[in-house]
Design a protein around this ligand. Sequence first.
Ligand SMILES: Nc1ncnc2c1ncn2[C@@H]1O[C@H](COP(=O)(O)OP(=O)(O)O)[C@@H](O)[C@H]1O
Ligand SMILES: O=C(OP(=O)(O)O)[C@H](O)COP(=O)(O)O
Length: 394
Amino acid sequence: MNKKSIKDVELQGKRVFCRVDFNVPLKDGNVTDDTRIRAALPTIKYLVENGAKVILASHLGRPKGQVVEELRLTPVAKRLSELLGKDVKKANEAYGESVKAEISKMNNGDVLLLENVRFYPGEEKNDPELAKEFASLAELYVNDAFGAAHRAHASTEGIAHHLPAVSGFLMQKELDVLGKALSNPERPFTAIIGGAKVKDKIGVIDNLLDKVDNLIIGGGLAYTFVKAQGHEIGKSLLEEDKIDLAKSFMAKAKEKGVNFYMPVDAIVADEFSETANKKEVAIEEIPADWQALDIGPKTVELYAKVIKESKLVIWNGPMGVFEMDAYANGTKGVAEALADATGTYSIIGGGDSAAAVEKFHLAEKMDHISTGGGASLEFMEGKTLPGVAALNDK
Ligand SMILES: Nc1ncnc2c1ncn2[C@@H]1O[C@H](COP(=O)(O)OP(=O)(O)O)[C@@H](O)[C@H]1O
Ligand SMILES: O=C(OP(=O)(O)O)[C@H](O)COP(=O)(O)O
C-alpha cells in the first residue's frame, strides 16, 4: 500500500488519535463478539509499546447524532481492558474540555477510549468543525477502522486533513489480503450477499455483476428481489423503492451471463421472535402477515453446491436472523459449505457475518475474515475508500 503506516512515524510521547471500528454486538451490556476488538490489538499494542498516549475513537451502532444510553462504549472499554491486560480509561464525551483534561493526565503508553463518535450530528456529516475538535486532541491520526473506511465521516476522513495521518496494521492487512485476492480473481468467482442493510448493499450488486460468475442473494435483502419477481412476501423485509432496481439487476445478470441465485424456500414466522409460530414454505408461498426470517433447506443445498464449485467466494451478510437459533440454519449451512470447500478461497466480510462464523466455531476454517462488510464490498467494487484516500502517501 502506498500510504504511510504507524511504522513510518515517531510515536514516543505523542498523543495519537486512533480511529478503530469497535462496532460490536452487545447483549445486556456485554460484548457478545469481540472479533473487531481483537483485530485492532496489534495496532493498539504497538502504540502502547512505543510510548504513545493512545486515544481511541469508534462508533457503535447508528444513534443518529444523539446520545443513546445503550450505545455507550463502556462495555467495549471493559472488554478491551481484559484483552490488553491493562487499564483502559473511558471518557464520557468524544471531544471538548473534559476530554482534554483526561488526556492531560495520561502517561506514555496509557489508553483512553472516547465516547461513541456518532452521538454527535457532525460525525456522519463530516462536519469540519467536529473534525478540528477531534484533531485538537492529538498530534497524530491513525486510522485502523477498515470496517468504517467506506464512510467519509469526521473521525474517519475529516480529521485526516488536520493532522499527520497514517494507517494501522489492521487497515494495511485488510487492504493487502483483499487486494491480492480480488485483483485477478480465481474463477468461478462467487459473491454471496445477505444481511439487512438493504439500502447500503443493493447498489453494490450492480458493480458486482461486472465481476463475478455467480451472485447469491440471501438474508433480509433477498425479499426485495422475491417481490420484484412478482411473489408476495408478507411482512418480510422490503425496500419498496428498490424493487425496480432489483428487476434491473436480474435483467443485467441475464445479459452478462452471471448466474443469479435466489432463495427457493424460506422459514417464515408469524412474528419477529424466537418463540413465534414458524413453518417452511416454497418462496412463492410466503403467507400474508408472516415474515421470512431464514432461507430454507432446499436453498441451503443449492447454495452449498455453487460454493463447492467455486474457486473464490466472498460472503457478506447472514442468510437469516442467525442471532435466534430458530433462524440460524441457513447461515450455518452456508458457513459449513464454505468451511468444507477445501479448494475454495473464502473471504467473509462484515461484523455480523464474522460473528456468525465465530458462533458456529468455523472461523478457523475460513481463509480471511474481514472486519469490514460494506467496506470490503466497496473495495471489491473498485471504489476508493475515503478513509484510506485521506491518509498521507508514502
Ligand atoms: N430475513 C431477514 N429478516 C430480517 N433481518 C435479517 C434477515 N436475515 C438477516 N437479517 C439480519 O441482518 C443482520 C445483519 O445484516 P448486515 O449488518 O447487513 O450484515 P453484516 O454486518 O454482516 O454486513 C443480522 O442482525 C440479521 O439478524
Ligand atoms: O458494521 C459495520 O459495517 P458492516 O455491517 O458492513 O460490516 C461498520 O462498523 C460500519 O457501520 P455502518 O454501516 O453503520 O457505517
